[in-house]
Write a protein that binds this ligand. Structure first.
Ligand code: GDP
Ligand code: MG
Length: 164
């Protein structure tokens, strides 16, 4: 099986989750961590960072041609609050993380999702999550050095993941 910074595709994966500056301003750090932690996912990297412009531009490189791109980059890099960058690990965490976060446009996000519960504007949707194994691999590598990501095991792993 394919193994990269994002773990093993279809198995124990890793995803890049970031609380954007608006989410930090609005006191959502503990709420976001709570939702991933209580599900049974494992936090393997975390830091507060005001991303340099080049990092924000590369992170959102696929949106370069979109009219909102300059505003998106300045919102991420303003420094009015840091970004809380994280890597979460667990079975199917990339897809499940997107479900926990909710649709890009908060007006389409289901109540019960983070965006659905806390936000109303696509330009202030509070949180980022990798959308595929491929983008998780790229994003983890962009935001973290390998030594900033920790390999550790839950002492109670057998109570979270069954082998069959
Ligand atoms: P995501 O993967 O759900 O975050 O969505 P995308 O990858 O499509 O877009 C990345 C981010 O760009 C979104 O989370 C929004 O913050 C922002 N964005 C996307 N579409 C729009 C838009 O139409 N207007 C504005 N202002 N921002 C947008
Ligand atoms: Mg995206």
């Amino acid at each position: 099986p394919l193994k990269t910074a994002a773990g093993v595709k279809g198995g124990v994966e890793r995803t890049f989750i970031a609380i954007k500056p608006d989410g930090v301003q609005r006191g959502m750090i503990s709420e976001v961590i709570h939702r991933f932690e209580r599900k049974g996912y494992k936090l393997v990297a975390i830091k507060a960072i005001v991303p340099p412009k080049a990092l924000a531009e590369e992170h959102y490189g696929d949106l370069k041609a979109r009219p909102f791109y300059p505003g998106l980059v300045s919102y991420m890099t303003s420094g009015k609050a840091p970004v809380i960058a994280m890597v979460w690990e667990g079975v199917d965490v990339i897809r499940q993380g997107r479900r926990i976060i909710g649709a890009t446009n908060p007006l389409d996000a289901e109540p019960g999702s983070i965006r659905g519960d806390y936000t109303i504007s696509v330009g202030r949707n509070a949180i980022h999550g990798s959308d595929s194994f491929e983008s998780a691999t790229i994003e983890i590598g962009l935001w973290f050095k390998p030594e900033e990501v920790y390999n550790w095991q839950f002492a109670h792993a057998e109570w979270i993941e069954s082998k069959n």
